[in-house]
Design a protein around this ligand. Structure first.
Ligand SMILES: Nc1nc2c(ncn2[C@@H]2O[C@H](COP(=O)(O)OP(=O)(O)OP(=O)(O)O)[C@@H](O)[C@H]2O)c(=O)[nH]1
Ligand SMILES: [Mg+2]
Length: 382
């Protein structure tokens, strides 16, 4: 593993892609037998989609993970009809499926403002219930981020993401030597000898300022949220998007990518990630790779390369750093092994939600080791 960090940076926490919550509708209010008054209904609990939210924010803001709506008011001489209890809203990001503990789908949040009723409030006491109120509905619910693929390719335009997808799978994405060839995510399948399949989403290239929606940034970044893990792809020789924009080395590209993710949603860089260093067939690639390796290991010494506001706040742990050439096939077999290891590691931790919740907490407590896994360094340019 490689630490990308300045010494003082904090480590990112864990990315949260599912959450289990306790929800309870409010109880109804008491009826008033003497005058036939009806108690107010208990408030309901809703899950509501809001663009800026993340499941991690919900988890951090409500560590108890309990949402209980307000109680309806009792019927009184002044107000024979009691008032409804206050509704409780759980804000969650769009792209969520809400299920109950038995796996039954209660609803889906697709776009901003979508609402799913997850716990009804109890009825107020009335003549029909001998003026006694009923309790609100009680449930454990689960919020799951809908995933489009196991892995998402993240990189600046022309880094070779589509070429990598072709090398890894049988997908035939659009490839061209100009930026923004890929406009929509394309999903390819990586096949393994034991017939296991891993899906990889070729995401459109990010640009600096994507978090501010530059270059359709939000549309691109929203796909990054919907994959289990990330494959960062950088051109070993760096890149320049247009003649007026500055040249960025591979190391700067890595930092800028992390920054774009962080600025869009702060928990995105918490996803498990593998760094792919592409175009190892180019002249000087070995020297550039050595330079990148040194920079990744001592990023604090190279923090002057970018202005402060372009440096990521926290560090990011790459599970593997793998040099490849999507053009010649160099390093692809090793990359497939690394990807599989990384996904298997998480899969074994996610057999059921309870197990997963516990293990995620555990993972957060165990610091990653400062070890480095590099792929084969010799190039075979056949
Ligand atoms: N020399 C060399 N060129 C490569 C390699 N991989 C990709 N390229 C070239 O780099 C250019 C961009 O490749 P793409 O795969 O389209 O890049 P991309 O990251 O998908 O680009 P966008 O979809 O625009 O974000 C193409 O001309 C590829 O032929 C490589 O390993 N070595
Ligand atoms: Mg592409």
């Amino acid at each position: 593993m490689v630490w990308i960090s300045r010494m003082c940076w904090r480590k990112y926490g864990n990315f949260v892609d599912n959450l289990r919550l306790y929800v309870r509708g409010g109880s109804g209010g008491m009826g008033l037998p003497r005058l036939g008054g009806q108690g107010g209904k208990g408030g309901d609990v809703w899950v509501v989609a809001q663009k800026e939210m993340t499941l991690k924010r919900v988890k951090d803001k409500y560590p108890q993970k309990r949402f209980i709506a307000g109680v309806g008011t009792n019927s009184s001489v002044r107000a024979l009809r009691g008032q409804k209890g206050e509704d409780q809203e759980v804000l969650a990001p769009p792209g969520i499926t809400v299920t109950n503990d038995d796996g039954m789908v209660l609803g889906k949040l697709n776009t901003e403002g979508d609402r799913v009723l997850v716990a009804r409030g109890g009825q107020g006491g009335s003549y029909h219930s001998e003026f006694l109120p009923s309790k609100g509905q009680t449930r454990q619910i689960r919020l799951d981020l809908k995933l489009i693929a196991d892995l998402g390719l993240v990189g600046f335009p022309n880094a070779g993401k589509s070429s990598l997808l072709t090398a890894l799978s049988h997908a035939k994405p659009q490839i061209a030597s100009y930026a923004f060839t890929t406009l929509r995510p394309e999903i390819g399948k990586v096949m393994y000898e034991d017939h296991k399949q891993i899906s990889v989403a070729d995401l459109p290239g990010l640009i600096e300022g994507a978090h501010m929606n530059r270059g359709m940034g939000h549309q691109f970044l929203k796909h990054v949220e919907r994959t289990r893990q990330l494959l960062f792809v950088v051109d070993v020789c760096g890149f320049q998007l247009a003649s007026k924009t500055p040249f960025r080395s591979a190391f700067e590209a890595v930092q800028l990518l992390i920054k774009e993710l962080e600025l869009y949603k702060e928990d995105l860089p918490c996803k498990p990630a593998v760094l792919v260093v592409n175009k190892m067939d180019l002249p000087d690639a070995e020297d550039k790779l050595a330079e990148l390796q040194e920079q990744l290991l001592n990023p604090h010494e190279f923090s002057h390369l970018l202005p402060d506001d372009m440096l990521p706040k926290n560090n990011m742990v790459f599970r593997h750093v793998v040099p490849i050439s999507a053009a010649t096939g160099f390093g692809i077999a090793h990359l497939k092994t690394c990807i599989r290891q990384s996904l298997d590691k998480d899969a074994s931790m996610a057999t059921d939600s309870l197990h997963r919740d516990r293990l995620q907490a555990l993972r957060g407590a165990v610091p990653a080791k400062n070890t480095l896994t590099w792929g084969p360094h010799r190039l075979s340019l056949s």
